[in-house]
Each structure stands twice: as structure tokens, then as C-alpha cells.
Design a protein around this ligand. Structure first.
Ligand code: NAD
Length: 425
């Protein structure tokens, strides 16, 4: 069964462990290390919202800004009962490393609301989102801190954030602010292809992995944890590359079919089933604890953090784990999988397609342009391939695992910025 993200090793402890391992290997400048070991800003807001029944509930929202040496803070907002300061700090730090590794001019931020959104009506979710945006005020902004979608936050939610933020500005300036948030619906200033970008990037990273191992994705079997934005789109592109989905797990349970599960057909089932895979008739349901032990070539965790730990890492039979989710493997399990010879495509590389496409959306809005889906996906693919090459070369140079290599690349870029600019005053 999936566990609460921050129950075992805290998520932020996890990030710090990964950061320190890389920092030791490159002998990171001690002053820069001190700065990067801390977050810049931690915001907690409590805000009231009137529910449909007339009662008022007070919600708690978070926004952590980890570092902005390379550009404005960038990172998603999550609506989930596990959202807390520890999770927000960890996820914000990962964004600093993810944007730096991808070579885009952003820092790292993350946040969300501690809420189970399935308990609220659409009208209530709209009021919660608008009031949360209002409470954050100018702590977010198109040139300062730019949120995006994450778990349970949709393009519609991004459109409400943009509209609320823009409504607080003077009438003649409003249109200048639409890039306060990315991941908007296309008609509301969104980018063609942003919806599928993270899943697409996961599959590009797997294709690069397969090439490196002198193979391809054709006929490879895989299992997928999470059938939301990232998981669904990854499964669509995996199917295009001839891979076979044999097991899926989401918050509602786990299903298996050795002959393959058709992602589009499963999606149609979830559409009329509150988004849940449970009850899908063309596969067998089985206990959640057996999920990671399924015999397959590839495992894609695309749900929550801290899912693969010392309690289940030894069950994994896949040759490669592609981290669609942020932080799905804790540090201990990560070391063990490396020892077991399982390749791990680390989150700050593997799921960076989302933030890369968010950067394209931000540029599109800022410059008043309209990009096509083909342009977006081909530019995204180019950037993902470039990051993969740098990651592999760094791993060789430092004789280390791919996660540490990704951190090394990311940390060195931020270190350079600090060394060249110095510390104010
Ligand atoms: P989503 O809300 O669209 O989907 C989340 C999925 O996880 C759902 O299928 C849900 O059922 C499943 N899930 C939730 N709780 C679960 C549980 N207890 N057991 C098993 N499955 C569970 O979210 P998403 O946007 O697809 O994000 C998934 C992961 O990818 C997160 O870790 C997120 O931070 C990361 N990520 C997302 C993006 C993006 O662009 N959306 C970008 C980079 C990384």
C-alpha cells in the first residue's frame, strides 16, 4: 500500500541527503553550500472560504521559495492531504535542481493546500483557489514566482489563479500578467502540448535509456503507479513506442493483465468512474503491496513521493525505474537499487518535461507568441536529450550514479552564478 510521503524519512531529509552526496563529490564552495542548504522563503497562509452549505472553513496553504539565483522561482501547487512544510520544502528544492539541470532561467519553488479536493464541489474548489491566490498576493508574480499544476491541480485551476491574480492589477496592466502561472488551458493563454509534456519527457528519457543499453522500448513490459496527468500521457507515448502496460496502481487500487492494458480504454473507464482505475473489467485487481514485485522491464512511479523504500525495494524486478513522480524513491532505497544494478532515471531529469514546457508557455505569453504542438514537443525532446548526454558524461567523470550526476550538473550551475556575482552586499 502506498504510504504517506513524509512518514518515514522526511522528504526534505531525502533531498538534503542527495544534495550533500553530490556536494561532497564536487567539493562545493562552503558559502554556496550554506546558502543552498536552506530555503530563501517559507510562506504559510490560513484563509477562510464559504462552503456551499453556508459554513466557513479555514484552509492552510504553503509556498516555499528555495532559491532564485538563476531566475524567478518556478514550481507547482499541489492539492493533497499530505501537503505540509516538509513536503513543500523538499519539492521546492527539487525544482531548483530540476530547472538548473534543464538549463532554463528559473529557480525553485513549490506549494499547495492541505486538502482532499474530492470532498469539495467545483464551485468550492474555485473559491478555495481564488482565495488562496489572493492570500499569496505578490508573493507570486510573473517575474518573481510562477506556479504550475501538480497533483490534483488542473489547467482549470491554473486559469482561476491567473484570473484572480490579474484581477488584483489595474485594468490597463492586467494583460501583462498572464504568465503569473503556467499550465493554463490553451484558450486562456496556455501552451499547446503542456498537458502531455511531463509524460512525453518521461518517455523521451526512457528512449534515451534504451538507446544507451543498445535496445528499444518495443515489446518492453512496464508497470505504472499513478494514472493522472503524468501517468496517463506517459502510457500514451509508451504505447506509441510499442511498449506493453501490464500493471497499474492508483489511489483506488491495483490492476494487472499480462496481455496488456490499453491506456485509452482504461482512461475511458476512469472518465466515468471519478478518475479511478478500480473496477476496470479487462484486468484483474490484486493487493497493493504486490505491485512493485510484478515481473516487468520498466517501472514508472508517477504518483506520490517516498513510495519505494527499504520495505519494498528488494521486490523490484524492473531493469529501469523512470521517476515520473517527484521523490518516489527514498535515499536508502536509491542506493540499494544502484547496488542491485537497477538503472534509475532520476526525477530532476526524468520528469523535467513539465517545467521545460512551462518555460515555453511563459516565453509564449511574455512575447505575445503562439507556439504549435510540433514546435513544443520537438524543442522539448531536444532539451531532454541534451540533459541526458550531460548526465551520462558526468556520471562517468565522477564514477557515480545518475541521480548524483544530475545533482552535480545542477549544483555546479548555481555555484557558478553565486561565484560570479558574489553575495550582496
Ligand atoms: P495527478 O493528480 O494528475 O495524478 C496523481 C495520480 O496519483 C492519480 O492517478 C492518483 O490516483 C495517484 N495517487 C494518488 N494517491 C495515490 C495513492 N495513495 N496510491 C497510488 N496512487 C495514488 O498528478 P500528476 O500531475 O500526474 O503528478 C504525479 C506526480 O508527478 C507527482 O509526484 C508530481 O509532483 C509529479 N510531477 C508532475 C508534473 C506535472 O506536470 N503535472 C511535472 C513533474 C512532476
Amino acid at each position: 500500500m502506498i504510504t504517506k510521503e513524509s512518514v518515514k524519512m522526511g522528504m526534505y531529509d531525502n533531498v538534503m541527503h542527495q544534495f550533500n552526496k553530490a556536494a561532497n563529490l564536487i567539493d562545493l564552495n562552503p558559502s554556496v553550500r550554506k546558502i543552498l542548504s536552506s530555503t530563501n522563503t517559507e510562506i504559510v497562509v490560513h484563509f477562510p472560504v464559504k462552503l456551499d452549505n453556508g459554513k466557513v472553513e479555514v484552509f492552510t496553504g504553503y509556498r516555499v521559495q528555495h532559491n532564485n539565483a538563476l531566475g524567478p522561482y518556478k514550481g507547482g501547487l499541489r492539492y493533497h492531504p499530505t501537503v505540509d512544510m516538509d513536503a513543500a520544502k523538499a519539492l521546492a528544492s527539487w525544482m531548483t535542481w530540476k530547472t538548473s539541470l534543464a538549463g532554463i532561467p528559473y529557480g525553485g519553488g513549490k506549494g499547495g493546500v492541505n486538502i482532499d479536493p474530492s470532498k469539495y464541489s467545483i464551485a468550492e474548489l474555485e473559491r478555495i483557489t481564488r482565495r488562496f491566490t489572493f492570500a499569496l498576493g505578490d508573493n507570486i508574480g510573473p517575474e518573481h514566482d510562477i506556479p504550475a499544476p501538480d497533483v490534483n491541480t488542473t489547467p482549470q485551476i491554473m486559469a482561476w489563479i491567473a484570473d484572480t491574480y490579474m484581477s488584483t492589477k489595474s485594468t490597463n496592466e492586467r494583460s501583462k500578467y498572464s504568465h503569473v502561472v503556467t499550465g493554463k488551458p490553451v484558450a486562456a493563454g496556455g501552451l499547446a502540448g503542456r498537458d502531455r509534456a511531463t509524460g512525453y519527457g518521461v518517455v523521451v528519457s526512457l528512449k534515451e535509456w534504451a538507446k544507451l543499453r543498445k535496445s528499444s522500448l518495443k515489446d518492453k513490459t512496464y508497470i505504472l503507479q499513478g494514472f493522472g496527468n503524468v501517468g496517463y500521457w506517459a502510457s500514451i507515448f509508451m504505447a506509441e513506442n510499442g511498449a506493453k502496460l501490464i500493471g497499474v496502481q492508483d489511489a483506488s487500487g491495483s490492476i494487472y493483465n499480462k496481455d496488456g492494458i490499453n491506456p485509452k480504454d482504461l482512461f475511458n473507464h476512469t472518465e466515468s468512474n471519478n478518475g479511478a482505475i478500480a473496477g476496470y473489467k479487462k484486468a484483474t485487481s490484486f493487493p497493493n503491496q504486490d505491485f512493485f514485485g510484478i515481473d516487468c522491464n520498466i517501472l514508472i512511479p508517477a504518483a506520490m513521493g517516498n513510495q519505494i523504500t527499504s520495505e519494498n525495494d528488494f521486490k523490484i524486478k524492473a531493469e529501469v525505474v523512470a521517476e515520473g513522480a517527484n521523490g518516489p524513491i527514498d535515499s536508502e532505497a536509491s542506493e540499494r537499487l544502484f547496488g542491485m544494478g537497477v538503472d534509475v532515471l532520476p526525477d530532476i531529469y526524468c520528469n523535467s518535461g513539465g517545467v521545460i514546457a512551462s518555460y515555453f508557455e511563459w516565453l509564449q505569453n511574455r512575447n505575445g507568441e503562439m507556439w504549435t504542438m510540433e514546435e513544443v514537443l520537438s524543442k522539448l525532446e531536444f532539451k531532454m536529450k541534451d540533459s541526458f548526454q550531460r548526465l551520462i558524461e558526468t556520471a562517468k567523470k565522477y564514477n557515480t550514479d545518475w541521480r548524483t550526476a544530475a545533482y552535480i550538473q545542477a549544483i555546479q550551475r548555481v555555484e557558478q552564478a553565486y561565484i560570479q556575482r558574489g553575495i550582496f552586499p
